[in-house]
Each structure stands twice: as structure tokens, then as C-alpha cells.
Design a protein around this ligand. Structure first.
Ligand SMILES: Nc1nc2c(ncn2[C@@H]2O[C@H](COP(=O)(O)OP(=O)(O)OP(=O)(O)O)[C@@H](O)[C@H]2O)c(=O)[nH]1
Ligand SMILES: [Mg+2]
Length: 447
């Protein structure tokens, strides 16, 4: 399905101008195409920086990575020129005239996968690393690129392989009166494998939040200090703050790094009954936003008695994952903490007091972790779903094994084989073209 016999070319650096720009060529004809570009017949020495004129437009550093010791596993030539779009495009066009084809999005990494340089988990990690918006996201992706998840999956698969082989042998030689695996050991072994998978899945929720980020909506009645709190979290005066109730009328969003999490903050219009058409639309949007957010921060003003509008917001967000904040603790309190009837945090958006507790509360609510010191082993929803499926089959097999003689070993084996198939889909040992297309399409050209 995917052609790997031709030679591909693309600009590997971002669009726009820069000090350097890199054109990458990969495939069997890379060396001859590079020769044509440089106008030289002498072969390039692998892994040597060669200064040369390219395509008559620039001087560049040219490096050959000979197969199989290259990113794609094929002959790769990297041309590092001045980062001018005109120069880089001219080099790409010259390469195409010499026989290269423009690479599709992610095609270099796809080739690395097809040539066995990376497994699918690692290829996806390349995409995540490039997309990372926080250092924690980058570290998580890099760990996976280095093979941490690949190794954990391989351990589970190896244990499963051993078990399947012994069960199959017992089935194949039923008359020998010899069990390659004792019946009581089957149950125990399956359980051991299942608990390995379960340990890996323990990272799923916070791993996913780290990889995907999360949306956080600041909600509350008018004038409680939502925009002020939003600005403190955003780190600058993004939203307008005034003492006029109804200042914010639209959703205001800002992406921030909170303890390593890529959080999209959404400030909203204060909840109240209003005849103003524009404000009413804003209030509707605020309600919708808090219904889909991963986390709602409900802001109350502790310097003024609670009102019906406050109670309505509390009621409306009751079933949502939320943090309740008592704002304006720099002023005299008009009610006590206990009045909320749920854990809450006192802060002052004006002085910044208590904001660290709000940030910690956000991390805990989104990840069930107090701190995010370590990178999660698993973070990609595709991997999580497949590992979940594998675990389901393992648990079924374990139940069947425990129920004893009533279950023929064939049934048990079928479940174990389904579990293995799911694991193989994670690492890409088993894939479909559709899956590969889906994964690599989201890469940019040149990756
Ligand atoms: N003393 C004190 N005043 C605050 C604090 N936080 C906000 N304010 C003041 O409260 C008023 C309203 O603040 P905003 O942040 O605009 O409130 P809001 O909830 O976004 O209001 P709307 O957009 O109208 O719904 C402003 O005058 C702020 O300066 C605080 O912690 N302490
Ligand atoms: Mg506001």
C-alpha cells in the first residue's frame, strides 16, 4: 500500500525564515540525487559534513546517513542551508527534477516504522515530542521514544507468549498424560500477567491528561473575581477586570502550563438573570463551557453574602469535577468556609494568597496525583484502549481458568490470543493501512 521504493524529499524545518533550514532526502536514489544537486560525482562520505554549493542557490552543509544507520533506515541525505523559504524550495525542486518525489506528511517517520527502525509507539512518540507544549509532555514523549512503553508491553507479551505456548502444547499432546503447565498454575500465571497490565494502566488517567492537556472553566456569578483569578493563572492581564458586574461577556481562553499540564483556561461571563441580549448569550456560553470542561473552578466572593446566583452555580456544577474557591480573602469575610459544605480553597486574586493551593488542587483534580514528578508510562488513548481490551480478555481467561474443568482450554486460549493481538496492535506488529494513515496524517510534511 505505502510505496517505499521511490525517493522522497521535503523541507524538514518549520515554515518561515531562520538561520538554518534543512532539506531531507530519503530513499535508494538519495546519493545520486544529492550528486546531481551538488554537481559532483565523488560519493559523499557517510556521517561527514561536506561543504558544497547546492542547486546553484546556496552553500550548504550536506550529510549522508547511509542505510541502514539513518532515521528512516534508508540512505538519507540532509542538506543544511540558509533558512530562506526561497532557497529551500529551490533545493526541493532541484531534487524533484533529479528524480525525488515530494514526501507526504509523516512519511519519513512512516518509513522508519516500515523499515523497523521504530515501532508504532515510538513513531507516535516522535509526533508527540514535536507537538509538546510543556517540558513534562516532552519528557513523556521522549521516554516513549526511548522505548520505555515498548519494553513494558514486550514484557507482558513475552509472559503471555510463554503461557500460550505451554497451553497449546498441552492441547496438542493430550494423551501423553503430561501437562506442560499444571492446571492450577494456569490461573496463577494469567493473573500475574493481568496484574502487570493493570500496573501499567494505573498511569492511564494522568498520562492521558499530560499528553492531551485539559480544559478548565472558571465559573461563578458576576463580579466575584473570575477574570482576576483567570489572569493570575494566565500570568498576565489577559481578561478585562472592572468593578462593573457583567464585565466579561464572551469566553476568553488562554493556554498555560500548570505544573507541567497543558491547561486551556476559559474565563466566562458571570451567571445572572439579565435582559441584555449580548450578556445573555455570554451566560449561555458560560453554561455550555462548564458542561464540557474537564474541570470547573467555581469562584465565590467571600466578602459578600452568598446569593441565589452563587447557589445556582453551585447546584449546576454539582455533578462536575470541580474546585470551589472563596475569593477576596484579603477583605473581611461575610460567611464562613463551612457554609459551602464541601472542600474549598480560600484565595485572594488581588494579593495572590492561596493561589499555590489552587494550582495544586487543579493538578490533583485532573490527574489524581499530588505532584507530577515522574513521567507516566502510558499516555496515548490508542494505547490505553488497546491495553484495556487486552486486560478484559486476560480477566476473562483468568475467570475461565478458575472455574476449572468446565472450560475447555480452547476458550481460554482464544481469550489469551485476543489479548496478545491487542498488545501487538499497540506496538504495530499488527496494523492496518488505515491505522497507519490515521496516525501519520497528523504529522507535518518533513517529519
Ligand atoms: N479585594 C479584592 N478584590 C478583588 C479580588 N479579586 C477581584 N477583585 C475585584 O473584584 C472586581 C470584579 O473582578 P473581576 O475579575 O472583573 O470579576 P468577574 O467575576 O470576572 O466579573 P464579571 O466578568 O463581571 O462576571 C474588580 O474590581 C476586582 O478588582 C480579590 O481577591 N480581592
Ligand atoms: Mg470577568
Amino acid at each position: 500500500m505505502f510505496s517505499t521504493t521511490d525517493t522522497i524529499v521535503a523541507i524538514a524545518t518549520p515554515q518561515g525564515r531562520g538561520g538554518l533550514g534543512v532539506v531531507r532526502i530519503s530513499g535508494e536514489a538519495s546519493q545520486s540525487i544529492a550528486g546531481a544537486l551538488l554537481g559532483r560525482s565523488a560519493p559523499l562520505a557517510p556521517r561527514h559534513a561536506t561543504l558544497a554549493r547546492v542547486g546553484g542557490v546556496d552553500q550548504a552543509i550536506v550529510t549522508l546517513f547511509a542505510a541502514p544507520h539513518s532515521y528512516t533506515g534508508e540512505d538519507v541525505v540532509e542538506i543544511s542551508a540558509h533558512g530562506s523559504p526561497v532557497v529551500l524550495r529551490a533545493i526541493v525542486e532541484a531534487a524533484m527534477q533529479a528524480g525525488a518525489r515530494l514526501a507526504a506528511p509523516g512519511e519519513f517517520t512512516l518509513r522508519a516504522f516500515l523499515n523497523g527502525r521504530l515501532d508504532l509507539v515510538q513513531a507516535e512518540a516522535v509526533g508527540d515530542l514535536i507537538e509538546a507544549a510543556t517540558p513534562l509532555q516532552a519528557r513523556t514523549a521522549f521516554d516513549q521514544l526511548e522505548g520505555t512503553l515498548t519494553r513494558r508491553i514486550a514484557e507482558i507479551d513475552a509472559a503471555l507468549f510463554d503461557l500460550v505456548a505451554r497451553l497449546e502444547a498441552s492441547l496438542d499432546f493430550p494423551d501423553e498424560g503430561y501437562h506442560f503447565i499444571e492446571p492450577q498454575e494456569v490461573d496463577r500465571s494469567i493473573r500475574a500477567v493481568a496484574s502487570q497490565a493493570r500496573r501499567l494502566l494505573a498511569d492511564a488517567r494522568h498520562g492521558r491528561t499530560i499528553r492531551e492537556g485539559a480544559e478548565l472553566v472558571v465559573a461563578g456569578r458576576t463580579n466575584v473575581g473570575k477574570s482576576s483569578l483567570f489572569n493570575v493563572l494566565a500570568g498576565h492581564d489577559r481578561a478585562i477586570v472592572t468593578d462593573v458586574p457583567g464585565t466579561t461577556r464572551d469566553l476568553v481562553t488562554e493556554r498555560v502550563d500548570i505544573a507541567g499540564l497543558a491547561v486551556t483556561l476559559v474565563d466566562t461571563a458571570g451567571m445572572r438573570e439579565t435582559l441584555d441580549v449580548v450578556e445573555r448569550e455570554g451566560v449561555d456560553r458560560a453554561r455550555q463551557a462548564s458542561e464540557v470542561a474537564a474541570l470547573v473552578v467555581v469562584v465565590l466572593d467571600q466578602s459578600e453574602p452568598l446569593r441565589d446566583d452563587d447557589r445556582e452555580v453551585l447546584e449546576r456544577t454539582r455533578a462536575r469535577r470541580r474546585i470551589i474557591v472563596r475569593n477576596k480573602i484579603d477583605l473581611a469575610a461575610a460567611w464562613s468556609e463551612a457554609e459551602v459544605g464541601e472542600r474549598n480553597v480560600g484565595v485572594s486574586a488581588r494579593t495572590g494568597e492561596g493561589m499555590d493551593r489552587v494550582r495544586a488542587g487543579i493538578v490533583e483534580a485532573l490527574t489524581s496525583r499530588e505532584e507530577l514528578r515522574e513521567t507516566p508510562a502510558i499516555s496515548n488513548v490508542r494505547h490505553i484502549a488497546l491495553l484495556d481490551a487486552a486486560l478484559l480478555h486476560l480477566d476473562r481467561a483468568a475467570d475461565a481458568a478458575r472455574s476449572g474443568a468446565a472450560t475447555p482450554e480452547e476458550f481460554l486460549l482464544t481469550d489469551l490470543q485476543h489479548a496478545r493481538a491487542a498488545l501487538e496492535e499497540i506496538t504495530g506488529r499488527r496494523t492496518t493501512d488505515d491505522l497507519l494513515r490515521h496516525i501519520f496524517e497528523r504529522f507535518c510534511i518533513g517529519k
